[in-house]
Design a protein around this ligand. Sequence first.
Ligand SMILES: [Zn+2]
Length: 313
Amino acid sequence: MNGHLVARDPVTLVDTGPLTEDAWNALGHGLSRHGFQVEDVERVLLTHGHQDHFGLAARIERLGKARLLGGRLDRGHFLGKRNGRFLLDALTRAGFGAAARFTMVAMTVAVDRFAEPLSSWDELSGGEVLPGDGWSVVVRSVPGHTPGSLSFEVPEAGVLFTGDTVLRDITPNAIVDEDPGKPGEAFRSVSRYFETLQGIEAPGSCLLTGHGRRIPDFPAHRSRLASRYASRVAQIERALAGTPKTVSELCRRIFPAVRPMDLYLAYSEILGFLMYLEDLKRVERLPGPLPEHWAPRNGGGQVYPLHSASSRV
Ligand SMILES: [Zn+2]
């Protein structure tokens, strides 16, 4: 995970890295290169509530000076709370057997050790402008990767911090979980994510990502992403042809060699895309006993949401 030091007055850090001694030492070394110590950090901006991004925030706050700020809709993540019953029910509905369900629940619990839950922080919704001395941070809501994901733009520096919403070498996963705005319902992650990608305006800005290299030309990057997502949509629609299928069956077809530790991501990807296609009325869930089966629908809307003048998809 890349942590980023924005500027002084106040000394502002974007994301912290996970709760490990290695990450703590790396943070200290990184700050020392700019003449600071961890104790000097006055403000921590959190792009989203995944453990590898906010894991050290509580520890930094305990040093006394830092104020933490993160997305309102990622509150459950920051508190380290999740609705285990929701996930188990969703996995049963998706057609996974007991062993796969156990593996996936265990994986989601296992990553908790990489973050200390937050007890206090200021909630951001997007639209805020945070002042600095001669510079500012414009906060934008970018739901998709998580419901409460935020991006932070520093116009004076021509940079946009994207967290995991846009990565250069990885196609980010829009993770399905309970919708914090609609308890009991799944967050329609891929639909929200495509809206977010379409809405990112970054003229002249360099994107600093949460993992790996920066992205100097976002429109070109978005075109590449569009073709990757279009391939995924086509793959799922092909796999769905013929007999109705469960999410679990689609996972086996599309990710035949998935490692157990990655099964939750595979499930999330398939379900997220199915709900996106459901929003477009291109697929439907069939009524009937569990597990839930999905089938193509006749008609439906245009698929490619990233279609634009800059996209050839
Ligand atoms: Zn993440």
